[in-house]
Design a protein around this ligand. Sequence first.
Ligand code: CP
Ligand code: NVA
Length: 309
Amino acid sequence: MGVSIMTQTMKHLLTIEQLSADEIHEVLALARAMKAGRGKTAKHLPLTGKTWGLIFTKASTRTRVSFEVGIRELGGWPLYLSANDIQLGRGETVADTARVLSRYLHGVIIRTFAQEDVEEFAACGSIPVINALTDDEHPCQILADLYTIEEKLGGLKGKRITFVGDGDCNVARSWIFGAAKMNMPLTIAAPHGYQPRPSLLARAGGEVSVTDDIHAAAKGADVLYTDVWVSMGKESESLDRLRILAPYQLNAAVVSQAKPGALVMHCLPAYRGKEISAELLDARQQDIFDQAENRLHAQKAILTLLAKV
Ligand code: CP
Ligand code: NVA
């Protein structure tokens, strides 16, 4: 690998917003190499002798397991720390936790509620920090998704993405920045109250449009994407969300509006019969579970780039 763009500029992965298109391309190229090289004898294990912590205050299947496996495959050790098991859960500050853990660990992966907590950890500690999902962004997901689209559709530029459902959730927000940076037109189909804020759209730039007409939004799409209607932390709003978002299900009727051969994507976990019909999820499971697998390859790329800093 040549000189890393990410190594020159990035110490952390906190948001898609803070990445450049060149940095994203670098992650995707390395993810491709990681996927091709998996299981073959590695000449270079960039995490050898290093321990990376995972501090999670929310549940996770894909992110936790793919990071733990990825760290091991790169020669390092993962250390899972549920926030409730460390003093952070009893009121020790994020800043002090960052200062202490920087003396032991070589990097940290954080899943939590407030984006500010991840930013504060990065500012107060001295080790690389990866955002493994906050209420604001899910950058690891979108990097893996971009890689999946490139892999399956042969490129990114100009590919039309339609996001259906809760247009103001973390995954949708990261998509807004990711699509704008990669020159991909993005349409968000969501009911009023679940649409992204105009200030966020203005910040992202790019070609992003928002509508409450799901069928119009699906027309001509290369990719149809959805996420859960009730994100972690929003459980008290479940009844309203399930009622208001019900007309925004991704199903065969919506897919029939998209380009022939359009890719159906879901970051998972999926709730069959809610944000996606059971029939569509089952029909497209090969692509959707490839998308989940690609989390591993993309995150190994991210770890490799940040371990060099
Ligand atoms: N897509 C995703 O981040 O899944 P987990 O919540 O299982 O990590
Ligand atoms: N928007 C979802 C993503 C889960 C991976 C949540 O935050 O729960």
